[in-house]
Design a protein around this ligand. Structure first.
Ligand SMILES: *Cc1c(COP(=O)(O)O)cnc(C)c1O
Length: 234
């Protein structure tokens, strides 16, 4: 993985973010999504200046652990788990994941609280109603935030994913609704926006965007995992 290329892509990404006319004054953090890219995408992202990385699959993240362990402590990025997560994978990932960003049910929150007491989490919202997407319904978010806190978890904010196979503008209403909920609940982090819909997300008030292909190039074709990291249909 070519560090200069990633650095150039990151600068272009920041220019895209800065180019969005918006009323928000908060900074927008870029999390480098390294899923399906080789392990050295993590070290390249860090060398290019990213302070956080996102991974989607438990086995893949475990396989990349040596790259993370090899970094100086001061260079170690925050590791966000951003894929759908089976509760039985939490034990192996505890100690490696710094922020569990796809908490969408109490059973998962309970397991995280057991394996990573006081762990940092984002509650994932399904803002599109698509059944293949993770995330809890809007109406369930406040209750789940409460339950996470009761379990001792640190709820930093919300995460959502825009609609699949729709033009980026189709994400706007959902993103604005999620941002509204972040404010209503007094949370800090609003993680939304990927390569295709980042402008829409930043305009709606994202504080964190999750970017893969715009930083690293087209994602290599990945064999579907033998045991997909999901245990529920939504
Ligand atoms: C893959 C992925 C991303 C990044 O997607 P790109 O289109 O490569 O930027 C962001 N968020 C989640 C949840 C993802 O699964």
């Amino acid at each position: 993985m070519n560090v200069d290329a990633v650095r150039t892509a990151l600068a272009a990404m920041r220019a895209r973010i800065d180019g969005v006319a918006r009323s928000w004054s908060h900074p927008v953090e870029v999390t480098a999504v390294t899923k399906a890219f080789p392990p050295d995408a993590i070290s390249a992202a860090v060398a290019a200046g990213c302070r956080s990385v996102g991974e989607n699959y438990a086995q893949e993240l475990l396989a990349k652990r040596p790259v993370l362990d090899h970094l100086d402590a001061s260079d170690r990025p925050r590791v966000d788990f951003i894929g759908q997560l089976q509760s039985n994978k939490v034990r192996q990932l505890a100690g490696l994941v710094d922020r569990w960003a796809t908490v969408d049910r109490v059973s998962l929150a309970t397991e995280i609280a057991r394996r990573d007491p006081a762990g940092r989490v984002l509650v994932q919202v399904n803002a599109t109603g698509e059944s293949q997407k993770g995330g809890c319904a809007f109406d369930d978010v406040a209750g789940l935030v409460e339950q996470c806190r009761a379990l001792g978890l640190t709820v930093e904010g919300l995460l959502t994913v825009g609609p699949t196979n729709e033009p980026p503008a189709a994400a706007a209403d959902g993103f604005e609704a999620v941002r509204g909920l972040v404010d209503e609940l007094g949370l800090e982090v609003c993680s939304m926006g990927m390569t295709a819909d980042l402008e829409v997300a930043v305009a709606a008030g994202a504080t964190n965007v999750r970017i893969g292909s715009a930083l690293f190039g087209p994602r290599p074709k990945q064999q579907p995992p033998v045991h997909p990291d999901r245990d529920h249909p939504g």
